[in-house]
Design a protein around this ligand. Structure first.
Ligand SMILES: *[C@@H]1O[C@H](CO)[C@@H](O)[C@H](O)[C@H]1NC(C)=O
Ligand SMILES: *[C@@H]1O[C@H](CO)[C@@H](O)[C@H](O)[C@H]1NC(C)=O
Ligand SMILES: *[C@@H]1O[C@H](CO)[C@@H](O)[C@H](O)[C@H]1NC(C)=O
Ligand SMILES: *[C@@H]1O[C@H](CO)[C@@H](O)[C@H](O)[C@H]1NC(C)=O
Ligand SMILES: *[C@@H]1O[C@H](CO)[C@@H](O)[C@H](O)[C@H]1NC(C)=O
Length: 734
């Protein structure tokens, strides 16, 4: 009901008067007052239903700080990807809004403070980049690329596409009317255009199934960028109940090694993917050769004698090679001579007769074959002419009846040539689509640069845990599940080619390890603490919790933690100078030993110089009546005079100091000199002695660790997978 304005104001003043008396104490905050006024503006006093009124403006609703905290935690978790990506540029107002939606009557100020506090815990101190004002991203020009379907896919989450990132891809039977089109300067549109007959034949051969391929070149180890390619290629096939080939793109006999082929097969499996078949481009050398002869016969390829420099110069000047129009018979004969090894390396190539006038240099008569007197690791010494990538890739896609040929965006410039060749030979044309490649901060993804890091021994091999190679991640203790969920979180698009912060990967690693790694205690840099009020020789057996949510009544939820007169804490958890915001141990100050007792520092024993603290004396509180704020991890002598279990721990930091080392000329100079630290004399609780290779743990307050292959029965070695960043601040001293 809408009352006349005058009546409204009158009623409002009457009601406001009563508000000051009866309701006011129960209206707790500005949000409730606003709601009250809005309710009353539309209601006359005669119809005022007190119950409804109270409900509408949340009278009497008190939102506790705990409720706000827990909702803030929920909202932050839901937005974690964006938070890690945008860091302090994240829209805090937007986050507050999401919390307020769930608690309309919560205190806005407290909400904002809680969000800011948590962000600081998650993100750590502000970096320089955090203080730089973000440049507004220019809208991407839709000029050359028309991607209607994809535009929908990148709209606000959570969309269907996010739950199923593969919905952007067409069905195989639609392979003629796909909306993905690339326009080139000459007005050509390049996309699949199969004749009805070819498409029907193709569908018959595949049964209408989605067929994809993952086509690595076996010239190095796979990295996290390949995890994205696998997620797209194998993932799409799996999602649609189709097949994905693992195809070794081995056209270059010089770069390829058996070691890489074996590694790739093994790591694909580890990532959870099952190839339909393992094939090699070299399996098709005969077909490729026959098609080349056919191409010459059609007048669409010619044998050329230009040098690499001449080819380059002529391309720039849009000039034809003097051999471009030689007779077909001559090219056929010369190609045959090339095949038989009668022509020297570099003296002739086979070139496709494409379009020298095209502005796209990848249409300027690309090389199809070159001579190389190098035996092939897979095909043997049968051939001395080898096809180029541009010639072989599209053709093998077609021969394998690939329905979706998916690759990274650098290849979109090659799409015209891809289709040109298939059209020239009247072969089936797959649907081609390019996605943005994965760039991650503080690392290097170029295979060439990775190769240098390895061969020049800047790192300890292709599987060094500091590299984002899949083998390195695995050695570090990262699971395939965490890698795949990271990739899924990024999604499949053409548009977003920003640098993804490595923190986002670490977030997914933590999320998974939090569920799979059991907790335990290790002290990296031990400081001796003697408990003066505990009897000599006494050992109290305590239980440590392996999982925060594990059932309390099951023995398997616990591990044994002995407490005795000599305890070790982390050196960094003691300070001579106390301060208000410090929760560790200091002279006269108390801290709680996790799963045990509060201890209070009573004396500090110095060595020869005043910086050298050799021992702390403390008293424990067996009644546990004191409630210190700080909680410390610790390890005690398991029996009087017996040294705790000694373990070796390796800690890793980011391999590069800069966010985007790929941009730097001297990228090797950007290597973080502290990217690896070996801690030899760490102490562990006794239960860790039974740990074996493959075991993963959460060391309380230190991070997630994996047992290393270097371990022996005498010496256990563990590598840190990732720190606990977000919970460190909560659990103990800053
Ligand atoms: C691909 O399809 C064609 C029919 O178009 C068929 O003859 C051929 O055997 C198929 N190849 C493979 C590898 O499935
Ligand atoms: C084709 O494009 C790539 C960039 O993707 C470029 O590096 C290459 O030189 C081009 N090829 C020719 C023949 O210009
Ligand atoms: C542990 O770190 C060492 C030293 O960097 C490395 O050689 C080894 O491969 C790592 N092991 C695992 C399992 O990550
Ligand atoms: C991502 O990598 C590609 C290829 O190396 C590069 O061209 C591009 O500039 C990179 N993007 C960013 C944001 O670093
Ligand atoms: C780990 O999981 C528990 C619940 O099992 C949760 O309370 C805790 O916040 C998680 N910790 C991190 C660092 O995600």
């Amino acid at each position: 009901m809408q009352l006349p304005r005058n009546t409204q104001i009158m009623h409002l003043s009457i009601v406001l008067l009563s508000l000051t008396t009866s309701f006011r104490p129960r209206i707790k905050n500005p949000a409730q007052l606003d709601a009250a006024l809005s309710f009353l503006t539309n209601t006359g006093p005669e119809s005022l239903d007190i119950g409804k009124f109270e409900e509408a403006c949340g009278v009497g609703v008190v939102v506790s700080i705990e409720e706000i905290q827990s909702t803030v935690a929920e909202v932050l978790k839901e937005n974690m990807e964006a938070i890690l990506e945008q860091r302090y540029h994240i829209n805090v107002g937007g986050l507050c809004g999401q919390v307020r939606k769930r608690h309309p009557w919560g205190d806005a100020k407290a909400t904002k403070e809680e969000i800011e506090k948590k962000l600081a815990e998650i993100l750590g101190p502000k970096t320089e980049a955090d203080n730089v004002k973000p440049v507004k991203k220019k809208k991407e020009k839709p000029a050359k690329v028309e991607e209607k379907k994809v535009a929908v896919a990148t709209a606000a989450p959570p969309s269907e596409e996010e739950l199923n990132p593969y919905t952007i891809f067409p069905q195989p039977a639609e392979n003629n009317k796909v909306h993905t089109e690339i326009f080139f300067s000459n007005g050509n549109i390049w996309r699949a255009h199969n004749t009805k007959e070819i498409l029907e034949k193709h569908l018959k051969a595949t049964g209408g199934k989605v067929m994809t391929r993952f086509p690595p070149e076996p010239n190095g180890y796979l990295h996290i960028g390949h995890a994205k390619a696998m997620f797209i290629d194998f993932g799409l096939a799996k999602e649609r109940n189709g097949h994905c080939y693992l195809r070794f793109d081995d056209t270059n006999p010089e770069a390829e090694k058996k070691e890489y082929i074996d590694h790739i097969q093994e790591i694909v499996k580890w990532m959870g993917w099952e190839p339909y078949k393992v094939t090699y481009t070299s399996d098709y050398f005969q077909d490729l050769y026959e098609h080349a002869v056919e191409l010459i016969r059609k007048g669409l390829a010619y044998v050329d004698h230009q040098t690499a420099e001449q080819i380059k110069e002529y391309r720039e000047k849009k000039m034809d090679s003097p051999w471009r129009d030689r007779p077909i018979e001559e090219s056929l004969q010369l190609f045959e001579d090339m095949r038989r090894g009668l022509i020297a390396e570099g003296a002739a190539t086979l070139r496709m007769k494409q379009d020298m006038q095209n502005d796209n240099k990848n249409m300027s008569d690309l090389i199809a074959y070159r001579i190389k007197f190098t035996p092939h690791p897979h095909a043997g010494d049968k051939w001395c002419i080898y096809p180029s990538y541009d010639y072989a890739h599209c053709m093998v896609d077609s021969l394998e009846n690939i329905t979706h040929s998916l690759c990274t965006l650098e290849f979109d410039i090659r799409r015209p040539s891809y289709y040109w060749l298939l059209v020239a030979l009247g072969l089936y044309q797959p649907y081609v689509w390019e996605y943005s490649r994965l760039n991650i901060s503080h690392t290097m993804m170029s295979k060439r640069k990775l190769n240098r890091l390895v061969t020049e021994k800047w790192v300890d091999g292709w599987d060094d845990p500091r590299l984002l190679t899949l083998a390195g991640l695995r050695r570090r203790g990262v699971s395939a599940t965490a890698i795949n969920s990271f990739i899924r979180g990024i999604g499949i698009t053409r548009s977003d080619n920003s640098l993804i912060r490595v923190d986002r990967l670490e977030y997914h690693i933590r999320e998974e390890l939090n569920k799979t790694a059991s907790r335990t205690m290790v002290v990296l840099h031990p400081l001796k603490v003697v408990i003066t009020n505990l009897e000599d020789g006494k050992v109290i057996d305590l239980d440590g919790k392996k999982w925060p949510d594990a059932p309390a009544d099951e023995a398997s939820s616990y591990y044994k933690v002995p407490f005795s007169k000599t305890v070790y804490i982390e050196k960094t958890d003691f300070r001579v100078k106390d301060s208000k915001d410090y929760y560790g141990l200091a002279p006269g100050k108390s801290a709680l030993l996790r799963y045990a007792f509060p201890i209070k520092c009573t004396e500090v024993i110095y060595g020869d110089n005043p910086d050298d603290i050799v021992e702390i004396r403390a008293e424990y509180d067996p009644s546990k009546t004191s409630k210190p704020k700080g909680v410390l991890h610790w390890v005690a002598e398991p029996a009087p005079g017996v040294e705790p279990l000694k373990v070796e721990i390796r800690l890793f930091e980011k391999l590069f100091l800069s966010e985007n080392p790929a941009e730097l000329k001297d990228w090797l100079g950007d290597i973080n000199p502290h990217s690896k630290e070996v801690v030899k004399g760490a102490y562990a609780v006794p239960s860790l002695a039974t740990a074996v290779l493959g075991d993963k743990f959460q060391f309380e307050r230190l991070g997630y660790f994996a047992v290393d292959t270097d371990s022996t029965p005498e010496k256990l070695v563990l590598n840190r997978t990732v720190t606990l960043r977000d919970s460190y601040g909560k659990a103990g001293p800053k």
